[in-house]
Design a binder for this molecule. Structure first.
Ligand SMILES: [Zn+2]
Ligand SMILES: [Zn+2]
Length: 190
């Protein structure tokens, strides 16, 4: 069975080099749905607690929220960083609190201090799904990701990821490598 959760991300981007109106800077509210697949865990009668899926995803994905997403070769990038620098906001300001840990993958690099994500490919809905999967595939047993943004939408299913994870019978989240629940401390009987 699958547990899924939805979160929304408000961001600005553009399709650099694209011959359409999307080459101009504009914004969206994107809606991301992440589906996690496993057996139903007997103790809690869940596949995975949806709030935990959301928490795990939001930890890194909040770097896309109220952020600017630009491709690495977009000439707007140095121009905007120059303005941020001049204004003294490039390296962060006290009011900028909603930040996840900075990340760098083959597809995207987050600069939470100035609410910027630099991508290798254009951040279409398809591009975002690739980025999200890459960021979360080791943390969640992802079966499907769907992303919609305005009239655009894309979806991708993934083959069942590896063996079933041992989950806590009390709170349903994955046990760590020592068989201990990181949330409540439950320990798997050896
Ligand atoms: Zn757009
Ligand atoms: Zn637990």
């Amino acid at each position: 069975m699958r547990s899924f959760t939805t979160l929304d991300l408000q961001y600005a981007h553009r399709f650099y080099g694209f011959k359409g109106e999307a080459q101009y800077l504009h914004g969206h509210t994107g809606i991301l749905t992440i589906e996690v697949e496993d057996s139903v865990s007997a103790g809690v009668n869940m596949v995975f607690p949806c709030n935990e899926i959301k928490k795990t995803a939001w930890e890194v994905l909040q770097n896309f929220d109220h952020a600017l997403v630009l491709r690495e070769d977009d000439p707007l990038l140095p121009a905007i960083l120059g303005v941020y620098e001049e204004q003294g906001v490039k390296n962060g300001i006290p009011a900028n609190k909603q930040k996840g840990p900075a990340f760098k993958t083959a597809l995207a690099t987050a600069y939470p201090e100035c609410r910027l994500v630099v991508t290798k490919e254009t951040m279409t809905v398809e591009g975002m799904i690739k980025i999200v999967y890459d960021l979360l595939k080791d943390k969640l047993a992802i079966a499907k990701i769907t992303f919609t943004s305005g009239v655009n939408g894309a979806t991708q299913e993934y083959a069942r990821p590896g063996a079933e994870k041992d989950r806590c019978p009390l709170c349903g989240i994955a046990l760590n490598t020592d068989g201990v629940c990181p949330k409540c401390g439950y320990k798997h009987a050896q």
